[in-house]
Design a protein around this ligand. Structure first.
Ligand SMILES: Nc1ncnc2c1ncn2[C@@H]1O[C@H](COP(=O)(O)OP(=O)(O)OP(=O)(O)O)[C@@H](O)[C@H]1O
Ligand SMILES: [Mg+2]
Length: 306
């Protein structure tokens, strides 16, 4: 809808983890290199952590794309609130293996056999678990046991565990020390630095078919930086709503006042840059965005402007 008004072919600030939109910062580049290195060199466990909304899932989707291109088999588990059998069920199904009978020991045997065959044929196999902060200690132990699937010299399954900083705390509990000791590589995602924000915006606009005409004024960008703390999900939320509001009031140029209105609407000035700014505002925003659809918001803005 509004994208045409700004000369775009699609909405540039969706909150989906779409890898086409990935803006590769130095940190992202490092994290991707770490994941690829760990997988290709069969390092077993690799950890990816980062604040809420800083691009972990987007980066994992990018990784999955490259793994597919290289013919590396992968399973991606993004629902981490599973019991053991459900977990095995998901994993086997994603690897394209039969899931019946749903008995753990038999599922494990099928997986082991398949991993060995792949290994003997020179193939690499990866399990990626997102939202790992929600994994139960029991499931974490099951995942650790998967690294026992090995030849005398190499791991048959490479495992990427991605999660919010709480996951690091979980890993520091004594019950999971065996898993912690097996983590050989660690990647991290970070909020954007001040000088990265204009490039991030330009990159997303370009992917959405932008013709290069100015949309966000430099002052608007400053306000976005200040209240988003550089968290991409919060940036997207502010920008998306700014474009919707701008369209409703037929403003081609978005200035700082409009951004400030949104900051107030989302109370980013109240729960924003405090002691743990990124966490507080990003988690809050995630909860709110789930209840606010674009259509509903657009209707509200349109009503308000008439
Ligand atoms: N480097 C980046 N380039 C482009 N977009 C990004 C980048 N980092 C994050 N985003 C965007 O920010 C939003 C949130 O990213 P994503 O869902 O990947 O974060 P996350 O770290 O997985 O969050 P959570 O901890 O809540 O799972 C998405 O719309 C995503 O496209
Ligand atoms: Mg995520």
């Amino acid at each position: 809808m509004y994208h045409k008004f700004y000369g775009l072919s699609e909405n540039p600030f969706n909150v989906n983890p779409d890898p086409r939109y990935l803006y590769v910062t130095e940190h992202i580049q490092e994290a991707l290199a770490c994941l690829r290195y760990g997988i290709e060199n069969r390092k077993g466990f690799i950890l990816l952590t980062g604040e809420v909304g800083t691009g972990k899932t987007t980066l994992l989707n990018k990784l999955l794309e490259t793994l597919r291109q290289k013919g590396i088999a992968s399973a991606f588990i993004f629902n981490s609130r599973l019991n053991t059998v459900q977990f095995f069920d998901f994993m086997l199904a994603d690897f394209g293996l039969p899931t019946e009978p749903r008995v753990k020991s038999q599922m494990l045997m099928r997986l082991n056999q398949w991993l060995l065959e792949r290994y003997q044929a020179g193939g690499t196999t990866v399990l990626i678990v997102d939202e790992a902060q929600n994994l139960s200690l029991e499931l974490l132990e099951e995942i650790r046991l998967l690294t026992n699937l090995e030849t005398s010299s190499e791991k048959l399954l490479q495992i990427v565990l991605a999660g919010q900083p709480e996951f690091e705390q979980k890993l520091s509990q004594p019950q999971v020390r065996q898993l912690r000791q097996r983590i050989t590589l660690r990647g991290k995602t970070f909020p954007l630095a001040e000088d990265e924000l204009p490039k991030y915006l330009a990159q997303r606009l370009h992917v959405a078919g932008w013709d290069g005409r100015s949309i966000f004024s430099p002052r608007a960008v400053e306000v976005i930086q200040k209240y988003s703390c550089g968290i991409p999900r919060v940036i997207n939320l502010l920008c998306e709503h700014a474009l919707i509001s701008g369209y409703a009031s037929q403003q081609r140029n978005i200035g700082p006042e409009l951004i400030m209105e949104l900051v107030k609407e989302f109370e980013l000035d109240v729960i924003g840059p405090v002691a743990t700014p990124a966490r507080t505002s990003a988690q809050e925003i995630k909860a709110r965005e789930q209840s606010a659809s674009e259509a509903g918001l657009l209707m509200r803005k349109l009503r308000r402007s008439h």
